[in-house]
Design a binder for this molecule. Structure first.
Ligand code: GMT
Length: 389
């Protein structure tokens, strides 16, 4: 198949999912075209089936806001025609589904019909898309998609609650590549980060308010009062500076390492003993799943789709949003004894196996194939219409 993937190229979960999906499809022999405004952070281009087309928005003094949707929809039209792309898969409704729909209409005008799959990722529904300024456009473009998928049951329920959606939403959970090289864990790596007796606790995100960064610092503050520990804070965003100040205020700055955005996520996770994700809301929690794939148990809130990923008492523990006392207690339950930690690590990995890319990818392939077939039938019908019509 020839598939166009539209996504955000940044460190956010939706871009990571889109990139990993595209790369795996390319490995299976499909031709994949990434269309976005800069090269996705996890995109390795050393595969003849992987193409990357950059969307450029020319500056013009009249534009107070750059018309990205316009440039994206035009780029989609051009690439579909040039590469004979058969299906559009847009990740994150805003503005991708909207631009995708416009591209479909422009193509239709030229006699080319192509299906569009929209994958909802979370904040496009629960935070941004729900804003009255965007809501009508988001509802419209979801309803105009040929197939809609969401990354968790919880996100599907939220979408029906928040928008007037007239079509089925297929739940296809996020996934993880379990077969990749997971070899570089070792004592010398670990000793660069922490002392021998210290537990390593990690958080990875875009440091937005929704991640409740101060809760992470306060949970760690309680943990390190009981056991020797280090906190690794990976990522960057609006809450980072406040977090650094809070660490200073609590007198724990020397026990916390702020890495900023990193391409060494695997190395960091391979050396971690616990992952913290106390988010206000999380449609899935890909970062938690990535940790679990490295055998790292998770202490998280129980909001959104997190209970579908982190199994309470098995791969970690879940608590109500903001209950930092319980989160710290649960973290200590896992971290205090080596044998308990070992059991949780094993459990985290076995839960992660349920989200193996090998199990999830066929669900997307099935959707693409059915959509392409449906459109082929449609255009055959049009071709064979009697002349009198
Ligand atoms: O979590 C973020 O702020 C990034 C955001 C994104 O759109 O990239 O993540 C959302 O999509 C991820 C991939 O499907 C999910 O794992 C995250 O849970 C979801 N974030 C929220 O719902 C807050």
């Amino acid at each position: 198949m020839k598939i166009a993937i539209v996504c955000y190229p940044t460190f956010g979960g939706s871009g990571v999912v889109a990139t990993e999906l595209g790369l795996e499809l390319a490995r299976l022999g499909h031709e994949v075209h990434f269309i976005t405004y800069s090269q996705p952070v996890r995109l390795a281009l050393l595969n003849p089936n992987v193409h990357y087309h950059e969307v450029n928005v020319p500056e013009y003094p009249l534009f107070h806001y750059q018309p990205y949707e316009l440039a994206l929809s035009s780029k989609l039209v051009d690439m579909v025609k040039l590469y004979k792309i058969e299906v559009l898969h847009v990740h994150y409704a805003i503005p991708h589904a909207y631009a995708g729909y416009m591209a479909k209409q422009m193509l239709k005008d030229e006699g080319i019909e192509i299906p569009m799959i929209t994958t909802l990722h979370g904040t496009d529904i629960t935070l941004v898309g729900n804003h009255p300024h965007y809501k009508p456009a988001v509802s419209f473009s979801i309803n105009k998609s040929d197939v809609v998928t969401s990354v968790s049951q919880s996100l599907k329920d939220d979408t029906y609650k928040l928008f007037k959606i007239k079509r089925d939403i297929h739940v296809i959970p996020n996934f993880i590549e379990l077969d990749k090289n997971r070899e570089f864990n070792g004592p010398c790596q670990r000793s660069l980060i922490a002392k021998k007796d210290e537990r390593i606790i990690t958080h990875i995100s875009n440091f937005r308010k929704v991640k409740r960064i101060p809760d992470i610092i306060r949970i760690f503050h309680k943990i390190q009062q009981q056991i020797p520990a280090k906190l690794l804070m990976v990522g960057d965003g609006p809450e980072k500076e406040k977090a650094e100040l809070l660490c200073q205020e609590l007198g724990i700055l020397e026990k916390v390492i702020f890495f900023g955005n990193s391409n060494e996520i695997d190395k960091i996770l391979s050396n971690s003993d616990l992952f913290l994700l106390p988010s206000e809301t999380e449609s899935f929690g890909l970062a938690a799943l990535e940790a679990m794939a490295w055998g790292v148990p998770v202490i998280s809130s129980n909001s959104g789709g997190l209970p579908e990923v982190n199994f309470d008492g098995i791969s970690g523990y879940l608590s109500n949003v903001g209950n930092i006392d319980e989160m710290a207690e649960n973290a200590l339950k896992i971290l205090k004894e080596d044998d308990v930690l070992c059991q949780f690590k094993e459990n985290a990995l076995s839960v992660a196996k349920k989200f193996d890319i090998k199990l999830i990818l066929p669900l997307y392939i099935d959707i693409y194939e059915k959509a392409i077939k449906k459109y082929a039938k449609k255009s055959n019908k049009q071709l064979t219409k009697p002349e009198s019509e």
